[in-house]
Design a protein around this ligand. Structure first.
Ligand code: 5GP
Length: 205
């Protein structure tokens, strides 16, 4: 049975109605589009929404906590987990691996919990193959210049890495056409409201 059929063959709920299955909300954005701030604000507004904490082989940035921002693991462990089919999706981005635990996703969905995932477009495609009724949302920076300024002022990456991220951002932005929703992050409160509305009412309009 694949994940899709599983979603529609749920056991009946004790009160006679089918148990509600959770939904996946995939958020992608070029780095510097303000996605983390936006996602954190939406998670605060929608406390029932679970956040999928990714695993990565990249080193933590200052202030990042293991088990909160990411699970930081070695490349050896990550590759072992590829072989053991641990990942619902994974990608290699900027010389590091990033992946989502299939067990976490499946457990949350079967418990009826909606999940917010912050993953790149390669991961988004894999998740859509596996969970076809996922909702995809692309966060756009107001302009390429704004993106560059944010990356420089964030001060977390050296110029070489920033150049790499900008090149990847251009590639990533070209993928926005594959997403069901696009939210432009030019004014944070409006963007928070737009993203919250999509997640709270995914089937509206
Ligand atoms: P950062 O290193 O800036 O935290 O994230 C770099 C990129 O990796 C972002 O585009 C982010 O969405 C993506 N990313 C984070 N976690 C995952 C994951 O589990 N899977 C995939 N495919 N991408 C991820």
């Amino acid at each position: 049975m694949n994940a899709h059929t599983q979603q529609f063959n749920q056991p009946p709920h004790p009160n006679g109605t089918a148990a509600r299955h959770g939904r996946l909300f995939i958020v992608s954005a070029p780095s510097g589009a303000g996605k983390t701030t936006l996602c954190n604000a939406v998670l605060e507004k929608l406390p029932a929404l679970s956040y999928s904490i990714s695993h990565t082989t990249r080193p933590p940035r200052p202030g990042e906590q293991d088990g909160v921002d990411y699970f930081f693991i070695s490349e050896q462990e990550f590759k072992k987990n590829i072989d053991n089919h641990v990942w619902a999706e994974y990608a290699r981005i900027y010389d590091h691996y990033y992946g989502t635990s299939a067990r976490f996703i499946d457990r949350q969905l079967s418990e009826g919990k909606d999940i917010l995932m912050d993953i790149d477009y390669k991961g988004a495609r894999q998740i859509l193959d596996r969970y076809p009724d996922s909702i995809t949302i692309f966060i756009m920076p107001p302009s390429f210049e704004a993106l560059k300024n944010r990356l420089v002022h964030r001060g977390t990456d050296c110029p070489k890495i920033i150049a790499k991220r900008l090149a990847a951002a251009e590639q990533e932005m070209a993928n926005k056409k594959f997403y069901q929703h696009v939210v432009i992050n030019d004014a944070l409160p409006a963007a928070i409201q737009a993203l919250t509305a999509i997640i709270a009412h995914p089937d509206a309009g």
